[in-house]
Design a protein. Sequence first.
Lengths: 579, 238
Amino acid sequence: MSTVSTPTQIAPTPGYHPSRIDGLREQHGRLAWLLVLTGLVVLAAGCFLSWSYDPEILGNLSISFNPGSLQLFMLTAAVLALVYALAYRGPLRGLGVWIDSAKALMVLGIGALGFMAITLAVVAVTSSGLINIDPGGWVSLVGSLVLAVGGSLLERRPTKDTLHAQLPAWVEIGTIVVLMAMLLFGAAYALGQTDGNIFGLFLVFVVAVAWSLFAAGFFTWLGIVAQRHRRVLMLGAFAVAFLFPFTQNGSDANMSIATQVLIFAATALGLNIVVGLAGLLDLGYIAFLGAGAYTAATLSTSAFATIGWKPPFLVVVLLGAIVAATLGLIIGTPTLRVSGDYLAIVTLAFGEIFRLSMSNLDGNNGPDLTHGPNGIPAIPDLQIGSFNFGDEHTILGFSLGRFANYYFVLLVLALVIITVFSRLNNSRIGRGWVAIREDEKAAEAMGVNVFGLKLFAFASGAFLAGMAGTVKAHQDVSVTPDQYVFLESAFLLAAVVLGGMGTVAGVFIGATILKLLPEKLRFISDYRLLIFGVLLVLMMRVRPEGIIASQRRQLEFHEEDEALAERIEEVHLEEEAQT
Amino acid sequence: MTAMLEVTDLQVAYGKIEAVKKITFSVDEGQVVTLIGTNGAGKTTTLRTISGLLRPTGGSIRFQGKPIQTTPAHEIVSLGIAHSPEGRRIFPRLTVEENLLLGSFSRKDTANIKGDLQAAYDLFPILRERAKQPAGTFSGGEQQMLAMGRAMMCRPKLLMLDEPSMGLSPLMMKRIMSTVRTLREQGTTILLVEQNAQAALRLADKGYVLEVGSIVLQGTGQELLASDDVRKAYLGED
């Protein structure tokens, strides 16, 4: 980023409206900046003092000049605030041309204030009384308050579009690598927390920092950089995912959650083909996962398996996928001629029919294929060659438990699904799906085989879910009908919508949020449906296109936004210039 | 010489309502043929039936000698019939270029598509200028140009245009009509449906007048322009 700013290049930030508070901001610009500096120094100073009298609470926050983990979070926030402040006025002005440091400081201040307030509340509640809060806590609280006030009084400046930021490639790639490393260690740290309060506060901290970076415009830039170095990003993400089990010291507690997240994400990615690419609403998608799982269970070497044939596992994976895809074709052929609400209802019914069939194929009503509600238990662990997935293995001094073994298989599976997904998305078929989603009649007039492509979306989505199901059967040890209730389909759909329809990264983020939070925040598990409901409603209100949105989707929800349309044009031109 | 498109005794119904009642017409290769008539005369229904979006209840449609009344829509496009639908139906959230490429969706000869993209841009230079812009930001006239360019992307033998002048300014309408003329000179056969009878008939080699689902009058463009009935009913003259 160059330090020279030419005024002609500066365009007002989209959505920027001058208001009465701007006058105030102009008058007190310098004062506000000093307030920010004071706030962050006080916040940081408080972190070196004791926050709590009781060392048992929230890790140990009771020793002065030896910050505990929560205090380190706030120190990090203070350092970030310092960077923003110096970008606003001072030696980092060159950076300040590109980022909206005033807004970022305000958001970060508010986030820190929230963090401090919750922390002090937790201290007061768990140790019965405000008296147990040590002065350091109050100091940091006041510091964050001053920071928030200072940040909101800063004068907002228009910024340059980061699309035109020309940085050397190694800086961009370096940023990606650093972020990936932070992701790995952040995930390992978060999963290592047994204390739900610390985990929750860590999330608050992460959200506050991420939000302030978002406000600064960092993620817009990151999105462009990610486009530019897509290979590096993919490789980095995969490396992080691959290295994750090595951070767990053979412990299965977190790996079990991680495998669940992966199965869930892989299935959601299959659903994303149907919903995100072809635009067909499927409310019974979990049935395809179930079809794969039941296929694997009945063909397994479990004593309760009902089919005598025991093919090798790779054959089972293929068979499970084919069974699921066939079901997809069977349900799709008559129903894909209806669309919208009707299709949703039909698929919902299909999901229930699948579950009820599985509970009734117990020998009393028809053949005994599934043992009815009892399901098929005691499915043995996978065994490929001499490698048993149930045993603990030691590789290069790192011990990897049962779930870590499955994790690697699922990772490979996820990679396959991602590859299939993005190949389809960028192909002629993908273009046909887009056309169908946008305007079915026009697509038909263009020569798009609407029915055929819809059916193909249905079958290929089902195929991928079936594959995931075969691994799930072995990892879960037993397969029962009640694992495949409607609620699971709803959660899959929520993961897709929350994360961002039609994107890979978004769906992974959505799936992680939906699976990880209830596991780690046990104290909210009774209210998890309520919380997800609220979350979805908020999401639809604030960012209907999902956490990570493809730009076409953004246009769908902000059709009147001409600035966005112009931006899309610019991004397209930029992409073309690079190829 | 047999006609490129032969429609014989075509009947189309929406439920019990007969929209097209046994119409017969033909389009010869290289000709511009127009169907004119008021709202609800059955013009759009006829086009939608030819392109396979609707199924006829009776009669036959032959394209280059082969019956196509039961062929699925996407195969009809592959045979070489392009349909620029009423109301343009462009994809507003896709870029101009993506729209155009969708026009070539049915083609197998992918190598030639790039060249045809340039041909479409040459036909309408404004599309080249705005190739990367989402098409929804276009004015009505520009969208019509895009719809026509998109239809040309499948290298049609027969181009069917449904009300290309709808909702356009007189100036833009002239521009569109002159493009239709250019396309004919380049050898494209065109079936043109219009409410603007005068503009359509001036261009047309042959014209048919539809009234509530039946052809009531036919002749060359010049004959129809001169006909008293047409002048009274469609050209607003006494």
